[in-house]
Design a protein around this ligand. Structure first.
Ligand SMILES: *C/C=C(C)/C=C/C=C(C)/C=C/C1=C(C)CCCC1(C)C
Length: 266
């Protein structure tokens, strides 16, 4: 819980609109991922269900974040002053605590690795994800005591680097038997994961880099929200493409070309 600084009307509107856009993205992705389950083989449907769960959980939390943000401000003389009600940062961290492990489950589920390999990899990834989020939280509410923010941020970065290591080195070694199409999609997914997950620690660092508190609040709220859209909705879409490619390859859905042929006959 945190009392935010006063904001200019333009700063307030930017956060307000980005939060609203994020809710729309999460809710529409939820419907899309559920509907898209029909377009992949049965083996890949759990991955899409996890994608839907992630955006469903995030959509709910963004509704709460939006309410909390609105309640934290009151308009005074054309600008926004803190209303005295604290802004609840914890929604975001609770959301990550649930959704980050599920995003990793999505990836392992869509690859359909052997049970033993999948389970051991997921155990490591989930423990590291929980540590990363748990260690980041105590520093998040610190806009003023920047040393505290820096210490927790550094601790949280250790499991973050470990997750990247597991995804690149260990997962990389497990996918050598997948087709070229799947390998290519997987490479794109991992780069998207790195590019979008990398936004979080950078955003977290902003107050430490000497940016004033007001701008930090704007950057943190919009940065986290847009990163969430990319890392949950965008990434989920890539997981869907992988599921579709693998379903076509193993014959659990008709090949895209065969489908086109059939259509042209009818
Ligand atoms: C859907 C939400 C996602 C993918 C959230 C990912 C969050 C992170 C990768 C957060 C990482 C952090 C650090 C590596 C250090 C500073 C503290 C965090 C928690 C922002």
């Amino acid at each position: 819980m945190n009392v935010l600084p006063g904001l200019l009307a333009s700063q307030y509107s930017l956060i307000y609109n980005v939060l609203s856009f994020t809710i729309a993205s999460m809710l529409s992705s939820f419907v899309f991922f559920l509907a898209a389950r029909q377009q992949v083989g049965a083996a890949y449907r759990p991955a899409l269900l996890f994608s839907a769960l992630v955006v469903g959980i995030a959509g709910y939390h963004y509704l709460r974040i939006f309410d909390s943000f609105e309640a934290a401000y009151t308009m005074v003389d054309g600008a926004y002053a803190p209303s005295g009600k604290p802004f609840n940062d914890a929604y975001r961290y609770v959301d990550w605590l649930l959704t980050v492990p599920l995003l990793l489950v999505e990836l392992v589920a869509v690859l359909h690795l052997s049970k033993a390999v999948g389970r051991s990899m997921l155990t490591k990834l989930i423990i590291a994800a929980v540590l990363m989020i748990g260690l980041g939280y105590p520093g998040e509410a610190e806009y003023t005591n920047l040393q505290t923010r820096a210490i927790w941020g550094t601790l949280s970065s250790i499991p973050f680097v470990y997750i990247l290591y597991v995804l690149w080195v260990q997962l990389g070694a497990q996918v050598s038997n997948q087709s070229d199409t799947v390998k290519r999609l997987l490479r794109i997914t991992r780069v998207v994961l790195l590019a979008t997950w990398g936004v979080y620690p950078i955003t977290y660092l902003l107050p430490i880099l000497g940016i004033d508190t007001q701008s930090s609040v704007v950057a943190i709220q919009t940065g986290y929200a847009l990163a969430d859209v990319a890392s949950k909705c965008g990434y989920g879409l890539l997981i869907f493409f992988i599921a579709r490619a693998k379903s076509e390859e193993d014959g659990s859905i008709p090949q895209a070309n065969a489908h086109a042929d059939r259509k042209s006959v009818v």
